[in-house]
Design a protein around this ligand. Structure first.
Ligand code: ATP
Ligand code: MG
Length: 395
């Protein structure tokens, strides 16, 4: 029978947390594969076994599992039943050769593991025996140190699993185990990567985007929706709030000298996001700030912006270089969307050289001239909510 085995890192997982982690991972795997006719997903001795129907689209399953957070690595292969607690070596070797069929290689090795240590044969016995049969039947050679290819065998309680691949998953923790966070998402390169970083640590991201509407077009909103759809592949169900921010910016512009506008916009974004965050049971806000990258991300400006928040602001990219962020965006598949041109609301009415050393005193003095509460209220009331889901439903 065709089957996949997924492994997760168990470090730091103890007691109750461990059950919760495993249960969430299983639920997430079921969701990720829900339209693909999967029969059974179960936890077996610190690995997860996924039984696949004969007609399963292996490429599609690989493509889904590679995005399930919490999976360290997985293998697609097949299982054969044990006979009186031992593998039928002939059958196991035949299964291994079938797995090798489509691969090109000159040298190989067999790596066996016993999930259930009560079995009679040792891992080494099995490696030697299966290796010998593969040598004989394929004419290929064993290389223990530098094989072109490895055959993985895992002895489970009632079956032996074999595979000729090991695919890396994202690692991290299953989405949902670390609570909800509200991600400030522009159409840029950084914020989608920041959201992904938190999703990978087990958070469920709610996305909040500020659009320059009605002063600019909806282009940025469509970009953000595409970006959120890409990220939804990692968390299955996303909520996106789009806040029309143009009018609020116009109010700020009437009062604030140009150099302060960026910090004032950001503080308003933080406050509005915080209101939405409370509604969504979020424990933190997330931004794509990277230290010193642009004017709003200098030490002084970060402090002046942070002051407007009550919830913690997480900045998972703070220590990353642009290069590293771009590489990650490419891997995620958000980069191509992020670089499409749009009209970012932050560019409205800001001078080419905004203040990089904004003093909180100055900001607070300007804000006293604004009716902050009513601007926040307006933003929250006008926020439009969209839900996005993955995989596409089959009904
Ligand atoms: P990004 O690539 O994420 O746009 P950036 O390098 O362009 O980041 P800024 O434009 O200063 O830097 O934005 C810093 C952070 O502020 C963003 O990562 C995002 O979290 C938040 N932010 C900026 N603009 C918006 C917006 N229009 N809507 C929601 N969040 C925003
Ligand atoms: Mg930006």
């Amino acid at each position: 029978m065709r089957c996949a085995i997924a492994h997760y890192h168990e470090l730091a997982l103890k007691g109750h947390n461990r059950d919760y982690f495993e249960q969430s991972l299983i639920t997430n795997i079921r969701t990720a594969l829900k339209d693909l006719g999967i029969r059974q997903v179960q936890n077996l001795h610190s690995r997860i076994r996924i039984d696949l129907p004969v007609e399963a689209d292996v490429e599609l399953i690989r493509d889904r599992l590679v995005r399930v957070c919490g999976i360290a690595n997985f293998s697609l292969g097949r299982v054969i039943p044990l006979q009186l607690g031992n593998p039928d070596l002939e059958a196991l070797s035949t299964a291994a050769i079938a797995e090798l069929n489509s691969k090109s290689f000159e040298t190989f090795r067999v790596t066996a593991k016993r999930a259930d240590k009560r079995l009679a044969m040792t891992s080494m016995d099995i490696e030697k025996a299966v290796g010998a049969v593969i040598c004989e039947k394929t004419g290929k050679n064993v290389s223990l140190r530098h094989p072109d290819l490895t055959v993985y065998i895992e002895l489970l309680t009632k079956d032996a699993f074999c595979s000729a691949e090991k695919v890396e998953g994202p690692g991290g923790m299953p989405t949902g185990v670390s609570g909800n966070v509200a991600c400030l998402t522009s159409g840029g390169i950084d914020s989608p990567v920041a959201a992904y970083r938190m999703i990978k640590r087990g958070c469920l991201a709610t996305f909040v985007h500020f659009s320059g509407r009605p002063l600019v077009s909806r282009a940025s909103e469509e970009k953000v929706r595409d970006l959120v759809q890409t990220l939804t592949q990692y968390q299955y169900l996303s909520r996106l709030y789009v806040v029309p921010f143009g009018e609020i910016q116009r109010e700020i512009v009437l009062t604030a000298p140009a150099p302060f506008r960026i910090v004032l916009y950001r503080r308003m974004m933080i406050r509005i996001t915080e209101e939405l965050a409370r509604r969504e049971n979020c424990w933190a806000l997330v931004t794509g700030d990277s230290l010193g990258q642009v004017a709003s991300q200098t030490p002084q400006n970060i402090c002046a912006i942070e002051d407007a928040a009550e919830l913690p602001i997480l900045r998972p990219l703070i220590g990353m270089d642009k290069r590293e962020i771009i590489d990650e965006a490419r891997r995620l598949g958000t980069y191509e969307t992020s670089i499409e041109p749009d009209q970012d609301c932050c560019k409205l009415f800001v001078p080419p050289h905004p203040s990089t050393k904004t003093r909180l005193d100055d900001v607070l003095r300007i804000e006293r001239m604004l009716d902050i509460a009513s601007l926040v209220k307006r933003g929250v009331e006008q926020a439009e909510l969209t839900e996005l889901s993955f995989p596409p439903s089959t009904t």
